[in-house]
Design a protein around this ligand. Structure first.
Ligand SMILES: [Mn+2]
Length: 456
């Protein structure tokens, strides 16, 4: 046999092995086991790196695991390999939508509509995306005229007949939050115990279950909820009202930190804006948005444990004082310490990498070590990532993740967890729990229709 012939056979063999791996990955995907799906698509791509479908399928798996940066890169690669691959345009558009890059998404929907002028679904997505782009442009135009107009200041409270309690709570919570620094510092006495919870994401019945298992908040049973209270779960209004109610009851013993989902871009895509509009009004959503901007960004316990939603920074040298000085009353910027606190994730290898999410960065154990040393801290607690056991201890015990939305989005099968911290030793003690049933309103029911389709 000629060299050419045997090379060709080897290639055919590789391609057929790759196809088998793809089938395996597809089956994991169907079972919602996205991690293994990604693993086998990646192996398939190692054998056959010129297959647009593999990239496109892996892109969808990344979308499901909220790795929008990777999803975008894979969709882009699929299109480089085959610019007529329609699914690739959809995937890239969805990734861009998730990242709040609506104009880029619109371009891809435009392409699909041009190639398939009779495709009704494509047309609908194009129109929906176009609507958002126009709405954003309109909002920017208004913002130019009336810089940071306060909804609280412009409410005609006496003439509002419904939703008064909600408004009252929000106005009062804003007052409480504005008095807090961007870095809240508390002291736990020897005998005191604090409960730290991670993401709750609109899973109201699971939140009630936490209070059932761990008792209601009180001055002797303090809590810290570490952001991402809203979006995805369809009971976000109930979650945030409950948390804000406790904040008013026990302002010194019930703590709330901002997550990347307490922001306008996320709320528009992932359901909270839609839910508030459906249950109240668009003005009520603006009021929420105004209050969210005052949520503190980090909390330090006994000068030893630092808690934030996302994680550490894109650059070394950030001090607690730098966090104190952050002017947080805004939508988070695309980079810098405020963005990092809300968005970054830890990684197992040293150094920093590009974020799988497409925002902020990933930081390694050496980064954590240096930060803790410089700021004389013992460890950090963060949330932001779903974990099978509800929590994860990494970076030699110096970076702890806690996530409190069990069976996230009704489909991840994960446990939830919360942490007990005692003033006496500050050792984290983990408690796990499983999901409880909820009324039949599915997660993402109020989300932007393009995201619902993106979730599929
Ligand atoms: Mn988050």
């Amino acid at each position: 046999m000629t060299d050419y012939g045997s090379e060709k056979m080897a290639e055919e063999e590789r391609n057929s092995s790759a196809e088998k791996l793809k089938e395996k990955a597809n089956n994991h995907f169907k079972d919602k086991d996205y991690e293994n799906a990604i693993k086998y698509y990646s192996e398939a791509l190692e054998l056959n790196p010129s297959n647009a479908i593999y990239y496109s399928n892996r892109s969808l798996a990344y979308l499901r695991t909220e790795c929008y940066g990777y999803a975008l890169a894979d969709a882009t690669r699929a299109l480089e390999l085959d610019k007529n691959y329609i699914k690739g345009y959809y995937r890239r558009a969805t990734s861009n939508m998730a990242l709040g890059k609506f104009k880029a998404a619109l371009k891809d929907y435009e392409t699909v509509v041009r190639v398939r002028p009779n495709d009704k679904d494509a047309k609908m997505k194009y129109q929906e995306c176009n609507k958002i782009v126009k709405q954003k442009a309109f909002e920017r135009a208004i913002a130019g005229d009336e810089l940071k107009r306060s909804v609280v200041d412009s409410l005609d409270i006496e003439n509002m007949s419904s939703a008064m309690v909600m408004v009252e709570i929000l106005v009062q919570v804003k007052e409480v939050l504005t008095k807090l620094p961007s870095l809240v510092e508390i002291t736990l006495q020897e005998t005191e115990k604090l409960t730290i919870c991670g993401d709750t994401h609109g899973q109201y019945y699971d939140l009630l279950n936490i209070f059932e298992l761990n008792s209601l908040p009180s001055p002797t049973n303090p809590y810290l909820f570490n952001g991402d209270f809203v979006d995805r779960g369809s009971f976000s209004v109930e979650v945030i009202l409950t948390l804000f109610g406790f904040k008013l009851l026990y302002p010194e013993h019930f703590h709330l930190l901002r997550g990347n989902h307490e922001t306008d871009n996320m709320n528009q895509m992932y359901g909270f804006e839609g839910e508030v509009k459906a249950k109240y009004s668009s003005q009520m959503f603006q009021l929420f948005s105004e209050v969210f901007q005052w949520l503190p960004l980090a909390q330090c316990i006994n000068n030893k444990v630092l808690v934030m939603h996302g994680g550490l920074f894109s650059e070394d040298g950030v001090t607690l004082d730098d966090i104190r000085k952050i002017d947080r009353n805004r939508q988070p910027p695309d980079s810098g310490p405020m963005c990092d606190l809300l968005w970054s994730d830890p990684q197992s290898q040293n150094g920093r990498s590009v974020s799988k999410r497409g925002v902020s960065c990933q930081f390694g154990p050496d980064v954590t070590e240096r930060f803790l040393e410089q700021n004389k801290l013992q460890y950090i607690v963060r949330s932001h990532e779903v974990k099978a056991e509800g929590y994860e201890v990494t970076h030699s015990g110096k970076c702890i993740t806690v996530f409190s939305a069990p069976n996230y989005c009704d489909q991840m099968g994960n446990k939830g967890a919360y942490i007990h911290l005692r003033g006496s030793d500050l050792k984290p003690e983990f408690h796990q729990f499983t999901a409880v049933p909820h009324p039949n309103v599915k997660p993402m029911a109020y989300a932007n229709s393009l995201m619902q389709l993106g979730m599929m």
